[in-house]
Design a protein around this ligand. Structure first.
Ligand SMILES: Cc1cc2nc3c(=O)[nH]c(=O)nc-3n(C[C@H](O)[C@H](O)[C@H](O)COP(=O)(O)OP(=O)(O)OC[C@H]3O[C@@H](n4cnc5c(N)ncnc54)[C@H](O)[C@@H]3O)c2cc1C
Length: 314
């Protein structure tokens, strides 16, 4: 990046000039932030559906378990839609319940939030579901380290705990901004790009903008959040060229939570954590069969056949 000259440098050394520059390279997982995690993943004892390379093995592991202790986690923020990491837990428990082995499994969830997602308008429902499944919840907690040889997961939080005799640790790694963007990043925001969270303009580099997971937007990153961000950012680039006041992004984001093989809920909220529903016709934060069917069968078609091909504007 050569922001003083308004140029970006490509991997072959060529430089390309820009009028405005929009950075959206996502985040990268930070395995080193949890001692032991990289080794535990290599050994296959720790797996996460949040990494594409491990996702198929997660379900194989779930199908292979019928007793023992298992740990699931929600990652600390920022993370790419970290709340969706509840899906493997709920689907696993659903599978174990169907096979009649759930009572033989000691299931734990480590969450960095109060409640479950730290969102009062859905946490009661999620707590009820976790209670029904017999899941032990470690709130306001993170995984400090794992040791696949000792089969331990060390949990940091109000009640520091070492979970031993763990048979499987489904640990989602922490995430951080891409290292090559460090000069434009904010360390306190886990290396995300240092933009004004409302206007998405970089705080010190003129005509540089950022959105998506890469940007320090003071909200929980998600693909759904991009729907709003793209609209505001595109408008703001045009407005800044015309010298007009910039629009504000309210931090709208979304966490879809699959509760079992039949029901899904959508938690839509702004950066204050206040519910921010797209529609008032139906409360999407209530678990629904129709939402599950939409997510399972309709959304992939919309996404791959329409959105990615530019046939549908989000
Ligand atoms: C398991 C999982 C489930 C999820 N489920 C949901 C969900 O149900 N709903 C939801 O809304 N969100 C969900 N998300 C989050 C969603 O996928 C992300 O928030 C979204 O993809 C972020 O988009 P982005 O464009 O900011 O970053 P990315 O999707 O990460 O895209 C960044 C792109 O930049 C490219 N790039 C990186 N570095 C460079 C470089 N130096 N040069 C050129 N290109 C580069 C990358 O190759 C990549 O293509 C999920 C995420 C995960 C991991």
């Amino acid at each position: 990046m050569h922001t003083d000259e308004r140029e970006v440098e490509l991997s072959d050394g060529a430089r390309v000039g820009y009028g405005d520059l929009v950075l959206a390279p996502g985040m990268e997982e930070d395995l080193d932030a949890v001692p032991g995690l990289a080794g535990a993943m290599t050994a296959g004892w720790s797996l996460t559906a949040h990494l594409e390379s491990q996702a198929p093995a997660v379900w194989d592991a779930v199908e292979g378990m019928s007793r023992g202790r298992v740990v699931f986690t929600l990652p600390p923020e920022p993370s790419p839609c970290g709340g969706t990491a509840l899906k493997p837990l709920f689907l696993a428990c659903d599978e174990w319940r169907r096979r009649g082995v759930l009572n033989d499994l000691d299931v734990h969830l480590v969450t960095p939030f109060t409640g479950v997602l730290g969102l009062p308008f859905v946490d009661d429902r999620l707590e009820a579901q976790l209670g029904e499944l017999g899941v032990s919840v470690h709130r306001e907690s993170t995984v400090a380290s794992v040791d696949h040889r000792q089969r331990t997961v060390t949990v940091d939080g109000p009640t520091p705990t070492v979970l031993d005799a763990v048979d499987r640790a489904f640990v989602v790694p922490p995430y951080r901004g891409q290292g090559w963007l460090a000069p434009l990043a904010r360390e306190e925001a886990s290396g995300q790009i240092d933009v004004d969270p409302e206007t998405m303009a970089h705080r010190s580099a003129p005509r540089v903008w950022s959105l998506g997971d890469a940007a320090a937007l003071d909200t929980r990153p998600s693909g759904g959040a991009l729907r709003r961000q793209v609209e505001v950012l595109a408008d703001n680039i045009a407005r800044s060229r015309l010298g007009q006041p910039l629009r504000c992004y309210d931090g709208y984001t979304i966490v879809p939570v699959t509760l079992d093989r039949r029901r899904l809920l959508l938690a839509e909220f702004d950066r204050t954590g206040t519910q921010a529903p797209t529609t008032r016709l139906v409360d999407l934060s209530v678990p629904r069969r129709a939402l599950w069917l939409f997510d399972r069968y309709v959304e992939p078609l919309l996404y791959f056949r329409a959105l990615l091909r530019g046939r549908l504007v989000p």
